[in-house]
Design a protein around this ligand. Structure first.
Ligand SMILES: [Ca+2]
Ligand SMILES: [Ca+2]
Length: 345
């Protein structure tokens, strides 16, 4: 039978249409998971993974080219666009991206998921002619164990790869990191998809990070000095002053924030929560019942039932495929809620 590519709807992406929540008591708090235009490399990678899963499930499916894949996306908001700026083979298994001040794009590839051997990478992508397509690709760093996040900092990048947070920097301009040192260690190497991640630079100059749900007893990597425990907490730190604090949160994968420093963790089947009170204030009143300082702020009654369109495989180490997947209430793997600033301009 001749090869005949055909458009196939992507179940994983089609099941996650643009969604916005408005808190009735405060119209200013509008959150969105519809910023696909900021995460198109991830979307492209997810599409290719969906095609791979369907193929593994034994269904007839021809691979789509990146433009064909793009054509399958459904956007409910006409103001949003999705463009392919990078795709395989330039990037493989992307799980996090970040731009530096020069517009260079760092892409974290968790190519060792789910069971290794260690082969995670950070790619450096450059758009040299300004057409929006990143045509120059360099392996910035490799041999990272299940890397999960990246954040530009001090001319290089901080990379989360449990049990460590690394500082990687290119000092000679060849696009390859030649300075590599651990900043923090002790993040627990739990399930490969539940590890420290989600770094961002806060408005208060602290660097914030998501726990990942594996916890850890954290120490400074250079001298082993204790930094603190993050059991059931997120964290923030300042490498320059060697300050570290565990803070309310315990976000799973990704940690959103607004321009005022409010934090919005995510937790697998909970699309967005908000840190409404820091625990240091709760600790001042030890005789009061412990309040929920990080409540779910999704709209009441949002049961988010998911209806899979086809069979799928579980690829987590040791897991067996289940056929067919059941329709189930709740989102199965929510992650990385981006923050929409469209109404703030
Ligand atoms: Ca270009
Ligand atoms: Ca170099």
């Amino acid at each position: 039978m001749p090869f005949a590519p055909r458009p196939v709807p992507l179940p994983a992406l089609a099941a996650v249409p643009p969604v916005a929540w408005r808190a009735a008591e405060d119209r200013r708090r509008e959150f969105s998971v519809r910023a696909f235009s900021k995460f198109y490399p991830l979307v492209a990678g997810a599409g290719l993974m969906a095609a791979t899963l369907a193929a593994l499930a034994g269904q007839p499916l021809s691979p789509l080219t990146p433009p064909q894949e793009r054509a399958t996306f459904q956007l409910a908001d006409p103001n949003l666009t999705v463009e392919v700026v990078a795709s395989e083979p330039d990037i493989v298994a992307p799980v996090a991206i970040a731009w530096d001040a020069d517009g260079k794009l760092y892409v974290v590839e968790m190519t060792d998921y789910p069971s290794g051997p260690v082969s995670g990478r950070v790619k450096l992508l450059e758009d040299r002619n300004g057409d929006g397509r990143y045509e120059k690709v360099t392996v910035f760093a490799d041999q990272l164990p299940f890397p999960t996040g990246v954040m530009p900092w001090r001319g290089g990048v901080l990379v989360t790869a449990a049990p460590d947070i690394w500082f990687l920097k290119d000092n000679d301009g060849d696009g390859v990191a030649d300075e590599k040192r651990k900043v923090l260690s002790g993040f627990t190497e739990g399930n490969q998809q539940l590890r420290v991640n989600g770094l961002y630079w806060g408005v208060d100059n602290w660097i914030y990070g998501a726990n990942g749900r594996s916890d850890g007893e954290i120490r400074w990597a250079d001298d082993g000095r204790e930094a603190g425990s993050i059991r059931r907490r997120d964290f923030r730190f300042r490498p320059d002053t060697r300050a570290f604090e565990a803070i309310a949160g315990n976000s799973q994968f990704g940690l959103a924030h607004d321009d005022w420093g409010n934090r919005f963790p995510v937790f697998n089947n909970v699309p967005v929560r908000q840190v409404v009170m820091e625990e240091l204030y709760v600790n001042r009143a030890p005789n009061l019942p412990w309040p929920d300082t990080v409540p779910n702020i999704a709209p009441p009654g949002d049961n988010a039932r998911v209806y899979p369109l086809r069979q799928c495989l579980q690829l987590r180490a040791g897991a067996k495929p289940h056929h067919p997947p059941p329709a189930r209430p709740g989102r199965p793997a929510v992650c990385f809620p981006p923050f929409s600033r469209r109404d703030q301009s």
